[in-house]
Write a protein that binds this ligand. Structure first.
Ligand SMILES: O=c1nc[nH]c2cc3[nH]c(NCCN4CCCCC4)nc3cc12
Length: 373
């Protein structure tokens, strides 16, 4: 454990946990949602606007930044925090997942993965050691091991092979990390939807020892109930005193269910991507502002929202901006969606403190069910 990366469990309510991660660059209140800043930007927002939505930490992607502008270049320019002027914690993914989902030509073997850039076709290699090196060059605060994520549904043999490879890569990642001061290294639990493989993966990672444990191999096309079942299988095996991070999740309903099953950290492109596509997340559920029903509606999105932006512009105006594909639509809706996600996380944090998590989630879901009147 690096001494200045410290997770404190403050309260629990059933499996739901309220905690805090202290890092050299600031604290992370959990359960936490991490906006995705793939190419060194949370799209359409200034970093100070991202902070104003309530975010304590951002996610950066090794795959994208190693291809462009390059990890050594970011290091020469002072690291990712100075490069994008976000001085709070950054968690970086290790790149394997993006290679498999973005790069056409790739070859994976025991040593690592070689692939062609989806940008210019140039050849690249990611090994556990190189991925750790890149994340250190980016000056990441929370580093991920390199792993292999298998899309579901998948055969047992394939899930077992990838899970065992990921444990060997976890070992190599830990050696390369070499307890870098002030940084944390997370292992990633694999094993698909097979509870025996998931348990073996968790045990293997715990034996190696990590500062936190990510649940990988989910949000890859499986139904929500499969994801929840996997979480119920895994979280009892994970150490209570270390943070759990569910990668790539999710929609608001996923967040409530996963916090209730013991998850502390999340990341997803959904709120920002949905915002760019004209969808607004609110207490009433998601509102598609492309829909013509809004074109004469003078009401703001949500006049009782704590977010001034959601009280400021009429639905008619937002509908107009979305229809015109104006840049301001992406800016406004990205801010509104990230604010709503952070409002959800803050609400869950206080509900857990007051041991009223289940009632709180029921009330949130009632609001979504009532819909947009
Ligand atoms: O197993 C993983 N290891 C490393 N990184 C990951 C990232 C992931 N991201 C996702 N899902 C992302 C789903 N996302 C939802 C919104 C639209 C774009 C795709 N699963 C993941 C699994 C992993």
């Amino acid at each position: 454990m690096t001494e200045d990366f410290q997770f404190t469990l403050q309260a629990t309510d059933g499996m739901a946990r309220r905690g805090q991660i202290d890092t050299p660059r600031g604290e992370i209140r959990t359960p936490a949602f991490m906006p995705v800043g793939t190419a060194g930007t949370v799209k359409a927002l200034y970093p100070e606007q991202v902070r104003e939505t309530g975010a304590d930490i951002l996610l950066g992607n090794t795959y994208h930044l190693m291809l462009r502008p390059g990890a050594e270049r970011v290091a020469r320019l002072g690291g990712l925090h100075d490069f994008m002027d976000w001085q709070r914690p950054i968690l970086t993914d290790s790149g394997g997942f993006q290679v498999m989902s973005l790069s056409k030509l790739r070859k994976l073997n025991e040593d690592g993965v070689t692939f062609k850039s989806h940008i210019d076709g140039s050849a690249h290699t990611l090994t556990p050691e190189r991925s750790i090196e890149i994340q250190k060059l980016l000056d990441s605060d929370i580093i991920m091991q390199l792993d292999e994520c298998v899309a579901l549904p998948a055969e047992y043999a394939e899930l077992e092979r990838a899970m065992e490879l990921s444990i060997r890569w976890a070992e190599r990642s830990k050696k390369a990390f070499d307890d870098a001061k002030g940084r944390a290294l997370f292992g990633i639990v694999q094993g698909g939807d097979n509870s025996e493989l998931r348990a073996r993966s968790a045990r293997g990672l715990i034996d190696i020892g990590f500062d936190g444990y990510s649940v990988g191999g989910l949000a890859v096309g499986e139904p929500q109930e499969v994801m929840f079942k996997v979480l119920e299988d895994i979280t009892p095996h994970l150490p209570v005193e270390k943070p759990r991070y569910l990668m790539g999740v999710g929609k608001p309903d996923d967040l409530l269910g996963a916090v209730g099953r013991g998850i502390d950290m999340f990341d997803c492109v959904h709120p920002t991507r949905a915002g760019r596509h004209g969808h607004a997340y609110t207490r009433f559920g998601v509102i598609n502002l492309k829909n013509a029903r809004h074109k004469d509606d003078p009401r703001p999105l949500d006049e009782t929202s704590p977010n001034p932006t959601a009280r400021r512009f009429s639905r008619a105006y937002l509908h107009h901006l979305v229809r015109c594909e104006e840049i301001l639509a992406a800016m406004i809706l990205s801010q509104i969606n990230l604010s709503y996600y952070q409002e959800l996380m803050a609400g869950m944090r206080s509900a857990i403190e007051d041991t009223r998590f289940d009632d709180h989630c029921a009330a949130i879901r009632e609001g979504w069910a009532r819909g947009d009147l």
